[in-house]
Design a binder for this molecule. Structure first.
Ligand SMILES: Cc1ncc(C[n+]2csc(CCOP(=O)(O)OP(=O)(O)O)c2C)c(N)n1
Ligand SMILES: [Mg+2]
Length: 1023
């Protein structure tokens, strides 16, 4: 009974002599205004024997019932209702209880009780008042951030007119309370921690503490999170009295970090006033913010942090967070710096960095990498996540305790770029989670020249994070201590819940978008305000000097010390004559290259396998390697037909892929295949994950049962995203050269929603950032009468971006031709026509001594085409990938009699051979398949053109003339024959769409170009 008495008594307003106002004032005097250090006010006890039916254990139950009664008096039994009313009305111990009326007797007891309740007319009001206080507390928790002082400029553009905040001393009427209630004491609900060790507080104090917690420099958005424990965790982090206390040392460190951040930009401005650097002025507290996150995470055991960020403040982060040598940064401003011959390079504010060092605060090793990124805002987000996932994977960090990511964003980009949303949606998927990312937004309330009021529809730029229930900590960046506090909480949140969290640094941009830009053209009022704005360092230094935390002299010495460091580094930077982009590598691959950064050899071993290996992998591919596992009947048939193929020593496409994956896994190469529905395969041909038909979620991945010490195989259906997921896989592939990482598009044309990753990272990555990458793109492609969509993976675009010169025949020796070409190219593009060739090219991707992206146009109908099968003989040791597959039919016997060579690639080969056979032209027309489009196999094409000296040259493709391969192949064929013979075209005419939507039209077009290909007079008279 003790607890219930206490509870009930606490709810009673305190009588006049005990008013909380007087008590609170007394306490205020003793603690010098520190509102958060109240002592418990009082404690009531009541004799347990007075209520003999209640004891310690039942009091929990009673307490629960009491809360239920508070919410709704009818939710409890009438007798309890009376009891609580009486207790609340001040009945002395023992008198609140009325025994239930006797059966059949007059309801005397009840009548008495009602009479008693009747003389306490304020009970209802009392209950309502308590509910009102609960609502008020909740209002602060939900909407306190609306009135927090977040904006250093005080021009806040966040418009909450639609949702006015009914909080504050003046708004209590909204909750049915009035002025006179302010000094009444209320019991605090369990959903708040403002009381500290107190469980009751006067309303005035409640409001003051809520204002302190939610309406100062920090605005917390978290009440949308669907997890009570997480909400409670956040409440106690921000509500507990006395939370924002910092030691002297912490304050001094913070000041020193602010000095570095501020003086770095000032130094650059002094030395290179007309150079673009996308300075951090107006958000200098970003540097201590990041350092706080890193310190705290290091303290929690994190050893490696991978960061992605845009242009704003990047040089400052490189200098003061990653700790790139200052002279290396400064020399970048020297326009006379000669580029080393390692690539075409990138501007200084896009380059990445990798650095391992001792964290000074924790004295532990920490590796920091800042990923190189293109101008395309937010594109690097999924790449960072993929690399983080890979690092976690390779070090067995299954919970993200050792490796984590930090992503920085601009306010406009965070709200505007869809890839942000795609990346958030990867955050909790088993094969993609990095176990929590800390997002930091440099919210300078502007995007180039655009005002947020026309740049986004959400109140905050951070609203996108709500989709994954990430808490959002808005903070006034002019209050460095508040910034430091939220960053600590963010790091703790990540370490505790392994979920994403956002820190929104509300700041301003002191200059234009870059240092050359005039912001007054477009934001005159904002910039008038900014001009009046005192710098944050100055403000913070004055505060600390006033507090006595530092002396003015110490502050000035700190500045002088850092300025000297900059000057000395600047002097050293003048000695740098050559710009080595290699020094800016964000993902080194130790041991993969030799000491000079070159491949260890320039040969690649045979990609074939022994008969035994093929048989063994074939067996795994056609069986269920676990006991008591029921697979679908249709799948049993598929596995049986695979077993039959293995028996006959042939492979279809799926089996060829199996052979490549299985053998690489056995040899110790990790394989990761990701994309939409890749586990089964869009075309139901792959079946790498078997599902037990009787047990939910019971799966079997036979590929992981190949050999005892094999590398693990990861195959994962992705979210329905291309941009995010391809970026992620690219990042995964960056972490190590010893993994085959493949992304498959559902249909090849969908890759265009990931175009940015292809154009900005995959195609030019090595040239810009001297970073190799062996990612594989599998792009289903082929004109099969399925309409304009799903038909074309757009080979023309990939081919157009190859770095090869179409007009120059490469000058490599015959032995080295293939490998040198590969080494020089920016990516490899293949369109295999046989499973064996697909098998070889996948294996070559890993066995070759360097890494290049590989684009594979993969088939659809060929997956089941009876002729598109390969014999084991084509996959045995000693065999290899065929860049060109020559005609091996009757034409070989009398090559002089051949009138035409039709060059082609991919599936059209099967249509051409069928047509040739139907026309009886097997002796007169040769068909050669170019399997590797880029680098172009000039040498092997030349062998074919020389072999048939009397043949005219035709390029045949099923794609439209302005699409496909024609524009790419034609000049290369011409170069091969030294322009001695024309190159004719057989294919569909030019078109806007990739294919017709009409099946009949599709077939007519097909027949028409086949007619052209085999009409030996088709080009007569043309030039
Ligand atoms: C995808 C993309 N679109 C457009 C741009 C051009 N651009 C560069 S910076 C910028 C404004 C960015 O604003 P914000 O994200 O708020 O960052 P801030 O420059 O204010 O720090 C724009 C539009 C770009 N870099 N990337
Ligand atoms: Mg901005």
């Amino acid at each position: 009974m003790h607890r219930i008495r206490t509870t009930v008594v606490r709810l009673r307003p305190i009588a006049a002599p005990q008013t909380a106002k007087s008590q609170s004032q007394a306490r205020l005097a003793t603690v010098g205004g520190a509102l958060r250090t109240f002592q418990p006010m009082r404690s009531y006890t009541a004799s347990v024997s007075a209520e003999p039916f209640l004891n310690g254990t039942s009091s929990n139950y009673v307490e629960e019932m009491y809360y239920a009664w508070l919410e709704n008096p009818r939710s409890v039994h009438k007798s309890w209702d009376i009891f609580f009313r009486n207790a609340n009305a001040g009945a002395p111990p023992g008198a609140a209880y009325q025994s239930p009326p006797r059966l059949g007797g007059a309801a005397l007891g009840l009548a008495n009780a009602q009479a008693m309740v009747g003389v306490q007319p304020n009970v209802e009001k009392l209950v309502e008042d308590h509910l009102a206080v609960q609502s008020l507390v909740r209002a602060y928790q939900v909407r306190g951030h609306h009135i927090a002082k977040l904006d250093p400029l005080d021009i806040s553009v966040v418009d909450f007119d639609e949702a006015p905040v009914m909080v504050g001393l003046k708004k209590v009427e909204f909750y049915g309370l009035d002025e006179s209630d302010l000094d009444k004491v209320f019991r605090l609900p369990t959903t708040t921690f403002i009381g500290g060790s107190e469980s009751t507080l006067p309303l005035r104090e409640i409001i003051q503490r809520l204002e302190m917690a939610y309406c100062q420099s920090i605005g917390v958005e978290f009440m949308f999170i669907n997890d009570l424990e997480q909400c409670q965790w956040i409440r106690q982090k921000f509500e507990r009295p006395g939370i924002m206390q910092f030691t002297l040392e912490e304050k001094r460190t913070l000041l020193a970090r602010m000095v570095r951040s501020t003086r770095f930009e000032e130094f650059l401005q002094r030395k290179w006033s007309s150079e673009k650097r996308f300075g951090l002025e107006g958000c200098e507290s970003l540097i201590p913010a990041l350092k706080t996150i890193i310190d705290k995470s290091s303290m929690n055991g994190v050893e490696s942090i991978i960061m992605g960020m845009p242009h704003r403040g990047r040089l400052n982060v490189l200098a003061n967070v990653i700790r790139k040598e200052l002279d290396q940064i400064f020399c970048q401003f020297d326009s006379k710096l000669e580029a080393a011959d390692e690539g075409s390079g990138d501007v200084k504010y896009h380059l990445g960095m990798w650095h391992r060092r001792i964290n000074r605060v924790t004295d532990r090793n920490i590796t920091l990498s800042l990923m190189a990124n293109p101008s395309h805002l937010e594109a690097v987000d999924p790449v960072v996540q993929g690399k983080t996932k890979a690092e976690q994977f390779y070090c067995g960090d299954t919970e993200g305790n050792r490796v984590m990511s930090i992503l920085l964003h601009g306010d406009a980009a965070f709200a505007g770029q869809g890839v942000v949303y795609e990346t958030f949606h990867l955050s909790d998927l088993p094969s993609y989670t990095t176990h929590g990312t800390i997002h930091v937004v440099v919210n300078n309330q502007i995007g180039f020249t655009t005002d947020p009021r026309v740049a986004r529809s959400s109140s905050y730029p951070t609203d996108v994070a709500k989709v994954v229930n990430a808490p959002i900590f808005h903070v006034n960046a002019d209050d460095p201590e508040a910034v430091m506090y939220v960053c600590n909480v963010a790091a703790e949140w990540r370490a505790t819940f392994h979920k994403d969290v956002v820190v929104d640094l509300v700041c301003y941009r002191r200059n234009g978008h870059n240092e050359m830009d005039e912001p007054m053209f477009t934001q005159p009022l904002m910039y008038k305000q900014i001009k009046k704005q005192k710098g944050v360092l100055q403000k913070y230094a004055e505060k600390l000097i006033a507090e006595g935390a530092v002396t003015r002299q110490e502050y000035e010495e700190e500045i002088a010390k850092y300025d000297k460091i900059c000057e000395e580094a600047h002097a050293r930077s003048k000695d740098e004559k050559i710009l080595h982009i290699k020094h800016w590598l964000d993902s080194p691959w130790p041991g993969f290259f030799n000491m000079d950064g070159q491949p260890k050899s320039m040969t690649s071993p045979s990609t074939g396998l022994t008969e035994e290996e093929l048989g063994h992998i074939g067996h795994i591919a056609s069986s269920v390697p676990v006991e008591d596992f029921t697979i679908h009947g249709g799948l049993s048939r598929i596995l049986k037909s695979r077993a039959a193929m293995v028996g006959q020593r042939v492979c279809d496409w799926a089996l060829g892929e199996y052979m490549a994956f299985g053998s690489l896994l056995k040899e110790g190469t990790h394989i990761r295949l990701s994309g939409q529905d890749v586990e089964r395969g869009t075309f139901s041909h792959r079946h790498h994950v078997l599902h037990d038909q009787n047990v939910d979620k019971r799966i079997c991945i036979p590929m992981n049962h190949i050999a005892p010490n094999q590398a693990p195989y990861t195959v994962c259906n992705s979210s329905l995203s291309e941009y995010g997921v391809l970026g992620f896989e690219l990042g995964f592939a960056m972490a190590s050269p010893n993994a085959l990482v493949l992304w498959e598009a559902q249909f090849g044309d969908f890759h265009n929603t990931a175009q940015c990753i292809i154009d900005q990272f995959i195609c030019p990555g090595q040239a810009k950032w001297v970073r190799q990458n062996g990612i594989v793109l599998l792009l289903p492609h082929g004109m099969e009468g399925m309409g304009p969509e799903h038909s074309s993976a757009r080979p023309e675009r990939f081919l157009q971006m190859c770095n090869e010169d179409p007009d120059a025949y490469p000058k490599f020796s015959a032995e080295e031709f293939a490998v040198r070409q590969l080494y020089d190219c920016n990516w490899i593009i293949v369109n295999c026509s046989t499973p064996a060739n697909y098998f070889h090219v996948l294996r070559r991707q890993i066995l070759q001594p360097f890494r290049k992206p590989l684009i594979v146009f993969t088939p659809k109908s060929l997956l089941r085409h009876p002729d598109a099968k390969s014999n084991f003989d084509d996959m045995l040791t000693g065999t290899h990938f065929q860049r060109l597959i020559p005609d091996s039919g009757p034409v070989c016997e009398k090559p002089d009699g051949v009138k035409r060579i039709v060059f082609c690639t991919g599936k059209v080969y099967y249509e051409l051979t069928r047509e040739r056979k139907n026309r009886g032209m097997d002796n007169t027309v040769a068909i050669a398949r170019i399997e590797q489009l880029s680098p172009f196999p000039f040498d092997q094409v030349k062998v074919e053109t020389d072999r048939y000296p009397n043949a005219d040259l035709v390029w045949c493709q099923e794609e439209h003339k302005n699409q496909g391969y024609y524009d790419y192949v034609k000049p290369r064929l011409r170069t091969t024959v030294d322009r001695t013979r024309p190159v004719w075209y057989a294919g569909r005419g030019p078109a806007a769409a990739p294919a017709t939507g009409n099946k009949a039209a599709h077939l007519v077009e097909l027949q028409r170009f086949l007619d052209t290909a085999f009409n030996l007079d088709a080009f007569t008279g043309q030039s």
